[in-house]
Design a protein around this ligand. Structure first.
Ligand code: UDP
Length: 337
């Protein structure tokens, strides 16, 4: 059985579906502070008729709750953990650093200690491109210096910097996955991105197109980029999920003990290109405002994911921005929870 923390969240629910569909039993541990019980119910229903799929269970609680972890590990044969439970709002992290240090860093240390106590020695850790900060060059390779410019990135970098010691001292085998801009939704249209407070580009533009928001503002059009707006590397959430499966399998097979991978498509897309992609979906021109730059936004963030492609044999199935946006559009228009 695989323990997946944060499995009721946006990325987590897609990871759970991928791992369980591949035949692994999954125990989700999620405190439902940002995750959604309904996402788990939908996955269980979706996989009920899929032959060879593993069983999915949900425990509601904190990943740092050591007594709860003791119970889970005593009652179930946990072979490995995928740790996604975290807060991930950059802006919020700058206003309330303690929330991020407590949840993303301190709770993760407690989880690592629980895994260690129960001899669970394989971990896939959910990290982020935010650990790099302002890039010195693009595309970014994994050995680029880590200089996060926000507390979210720092809270993840601190764990990344501890993992090598957990390997040396306690034999923890781990793979850190640094996501670039996760977007899109499962092909079923039944799970997707739903945040209580939305701050991400693609859902915001879609909500504007659906008339659920009055305005959309581009944060700065005076960057040194072809159309003046920031360039980002959007990666389909189902492709991220596939990378988690490959990382898990590499750990379980013992072919990988300690590695970090960037996950992106290596294709730069501007904010205006995203708006155009949503306009294709809704068939109308979207009005928008131009506002000031958002503090801490690098002009370009682009991944080199060569390492994941070569070593994990990772092949993104939805590299085209329009496909990513189409899938998000379908989700937002069919969303019923
Ligand atoms: N962005 C924007 N308006 C918004 C939200 C985001 O112009 O209302 C821009 C943001 O400045 C960045 C890009 O969209 O250049 C992607 O932002 P997002 O918050 O989705 O992801 P990030 O790159 O910050 O992880």
């Amino acid at each position: 059985m695989i323990l997946i923390t944060g499995g009721a969240g946006y990325i987590g629910s897609h990871v759970v579906k991928e791992i369980a569909a591949s035949g692994y039993d999954v125990m989700i541990l999620d405190n439902l502070s940002t995750g959604n019980r309904k996402a788990v119910e939908v996955i269980i229903n979706l996989l009920a008729d899929l032959s060879g799929a593993g069983k999915t269970y949900l425990t509601v609680g904190d990943c740092g709750d050591q007594l709860l972890l003791d119970q889970i590990c005593q009652q179930h044969p946990i072979e490995a953990a995928i740790h996604l439970a975290a807060f991930s709002e950059v802006g919020e992290s700058m206003q309330d650093a303690a929330k991020y240090f407590t949840n993303n860093t301190a709770q993760t240390i407690l989880l690592l200690n629980s895994l260690r106590r129960h001899q669970v020695d394989k971990l896939v850790f959910s990290s982020t491109a935010a650990v790099y900060g302002q890039p010195l060059q693009n595309p970014i390779l994994e050995d680029h210096p880590l200089q996060p410019t926000n507390v979210y990135g720092l809270s993840k970098m601190m764990i990344e910097s501890m993992l090598p010691r957990y390997r040396v001292n306690y034999g923890l085998n781990y793979i850190s996955l640094r996501y670039f801009n996760a977007a899109g939704a499962d092909a079923s249209g039944l799970i997707g991105e739903k945040h209580r407070q939305e701050s991400h580009l693609i859902p915001l533009v879609i909500l504007r197109a659906m008339g659920k928001r009055d305005r959309f503002t581009i944060f700065g059009d005076d960057y040194d980029t072809p159309d003046g707006t920031c360039l980002r590397d959007y990666i389909h959430v189902s492709d991220l999920a596939q990378a988690h499966l490959l990382a898990l399998q590499a750990l379980l097979a013992g072919t990988m003990q300690e590695r970090v991978y960037n996950l992106g498509n290596g294709q730069p897309h501007s904010v205006r290109e995203v708006i155009t992609a949503v306009e294709h979906c809704c068939g109308q021109t979207l009005p928008y405002d131009i506002g000031p730059r958002r503090s801490g936004d690098p002009s370009i963030l682009l991944a080199s994911s060569q390492r994941a492609r070569e070593e994990l044999n990772w092949k993104p199935r939805y590299p085209c921005l329009q496909d990513i946006v189409d899938s998000a559009w379908r989700w937002h228009n069919s969303e019923n929870w």
